[in-house]
Design a binder for this molecule. Structure first.
Ligand code: TRP
Length: 372
């Protein structure tokens, strides 16, 4: 059988089997035991965790050990600024915010303007920098604590980052990145070096504080290959291996794959206007039947429905409400048109508030940004 699905940091294709992915990547499923342990420190658990959207990890137990011993840890995630922010991007940021609120820990956010310049021929350095400053507003708008949160662009913190990056780069050979990322001799040499830049923030707090502090990275499972490499290198440099919490990817509104910014109508962007949202959701893929009569008689399938996924991931944090709509859908008591209408209102309500905070964030950049 041909490859049924592909997940790499730069390409996501096909219907993802998340259990298989855990096997392929060699990560661990988030177990009930971990949930119980986490709940002792952070209760109630976030709906993304309760619903198994944050479903896989590396060494999360060790982070809890360290925390319980009083050694602390810090958070790290990031974004490759290749365009506007969509809801799929903010998923791990929402989890990160919840972790920061509950554990009161430091958080580094990396904007890889260098990465997107290397990997996308169509973008200039000015473009990736501009998007970095746009994307940053979405991070700030989510309400992170400015005293504990630092955001940076790789090109603007390079004096600090570069010494750590070359420490990392010297321990990675080409055959390794070729095997992990599938590079060949046509790739530019910046792409080949890049993973060392994404590794740097894993160690940044330890370097700046002058003692070893554990790093926890909430991210999409597609980013795991970078951190597999960072974890191999960490002990060679005398640091802790970074731990990870992986989320499933938000499905595209067309059904299937991760949301792709290259097909704008299949994602909801944080800057979308109410009318954009309406059009996108009206055209979204659902689990509905071919006719109203059939749907009333046989019910629809929420498990494959993108509208239902949006409720589950973002817009129905109350479990009772989510269960209710699930049952109504299955029982044919609600039709797709009505269900889409509810979602459109919820998304537009969220975006109205988010866009307001995003505007306010423009005056707060200096409270968060870290430069050389
Ligand atoms: N490579 C990521 C992207 O393309 C950006 C990124 C940098 C990142 N550091 C990270 C993502 C840490 C998650 C965690 O979006």
């Amino acid at each position: 059988m041909a490859e049924d699905f592909i997940v790499t940091p730069w390409e996501v294709k096909g219907e993802i089997d998340y259990d298989k992915l855990v096997e392929r990547f060699g990560t661990q499923l988030v177990s009930q035991e971990i949930l119980d342990r986490l709940e002792k420190h952070a209760s109630p658990l976030h709906h993304l965790i309760r619903r198994g959207i944050i479903y896989s990890h590396r060494d999360f137990n060790r982070i809890l050990d360290d925390y319980e011993k009083g050694n602390g840890f810090f958070l790290y995630t990031g974004r490759g600024p290749s365009g506007d922010t969509h809801l799929g991007h903010i998923l791990p940021w929402i989890l990160t915010k919840w972790l920061q609120d509950n554990f009161k820990v430091k958080f580094y956010f990396q904007l890889t303007d260098d990465e997107k310049f290397m990997f996308d021929d169509g973008l200039t350095r000015e473009d990736t920098k501009k998007y970095a400053y746009e994307n940053m507003l979405d991070v700030i708008a989510l309400g992170f604590d400015p005293k504990l949160t630092k955001i940076f662009l790789d090109t603007e913190l390079i004096h600090t980052l570069y010494p750590i990056a070359i420490d990392v780069a010297r321990r990675i050979n080409f055959s390794k990145v070729r095997a992990v990322f599938g590079f060949d001799s046509s790739h530019n040499i910046g792409s080949i070096f890049y993973t060392s830049m994404q590794a740097v923030p894993c160690f940044l707090e330890s370097v700046l504080e002058g003692r070893n502090i554990a790093c926890l990275i909430p991210c999409g499972i597609d980013q795991d290959p970078h951190f597999r490499i960072a974890r191999d290198v960490a002990p060679l440099l005398g640091y802790y291996k970074p731990a990870l919490l992986h989320n499933k990817l938000l499905p595209s509104l067309a059904g299937g794959d991760k949301m792709s910014a290259s097909l704008p109508h299949t994602s909801v962007f944080t800057t979308d206007q109410p009318d954009d949202v309406r059009k996108k959701i009206v055209n979204a893929f659902t689990g509905g039947r071919v006719s109203v009569e059939e749907q009333k008689k046989l019910g629809a399938n929420p498990d494959i429905c993108t509208v239902y996924h949006y409720y589950m991931y973002f817009f129905m944090p109350e479990d009772d409400e989510l269960r209710d709509i699930y049952l109504k859908c299955k029982g044919g008591e609600i039709l797709c048109g009505e269900c889409k209408q509810i979602l459109i209102e919820k998304i537009n309500g969220f975006l109205k508030e988010h866009q307001q905070k995003r505007e306010e964030a423009k005056d707060r950049i200096e409270d968060f940004i870290l430069r050389d």
